[in-house]
Write a protein that binds this ligand. Structure first.
Ligand code: MN
Length: 135
């Protein structure tokens, strides 16, 4: 039987986001997936550290972050053997077509625009977590 809750068991999602309201929103949305543990980082350095130490199954990345931006953080994730295979999705309020194209070209697996559409967002998260190897 293909039980999606079973398949999602013990998955970890890391969200790198400096806006507390967005962090809380995603946390609330992911409460609908009790098997998913969400880690939060409010700036890129902290996020990179958590990515290395916790090996999340999926990373959600804001683009506009204080200090290092999300594109630079993505580059660093991709250049480190311990994090290069983790899928990284952009979550950004930069919704111009050129921003989205730049993000995808840079290596984000998907570029999700804010405000989040909750059902679509959960579908996307589920899709990536189901592809992740079981822990
Ligand atoms: Mn931001």
């Amino acid at each position: 039987m293909n039980n999606s809750n079973e398949a999602l068991k013990t998955k970890t999602v890391l969200y790198i986001e400096d806006n507390p309201a967005n962090m809380e929103l995603v946390r609330q949305i992911l409460f609908q997936r009790p098997e998913v543990e969400m880690l939060g980082a409010t700036h890129a350095r902290e996020g990179l550290e958590l990515a290395k130490t916790r090996c999340p199954d999926l990373i959600l990345m804001d683009i506009n972050l204080p200090g290092m931006d999300g594109l630079t953080a993505l580059d660093l994730l991709k250049s480190d053997a311990s994090t290069e295979s983790i899928p990284v999705l952009a979550l950004s309020a930069n919704v111009m077509k050129s921003d989205i194209e730049k993000g995808i070209k840079s290596g984000f697996k998907e570029y999700i625009t804010k405000p989040l559409k909750i059902v679509d967002f959960l579908d996307t998260v589920d899709r990536f977590l189901l592809q992740a190897p079981s822990n």
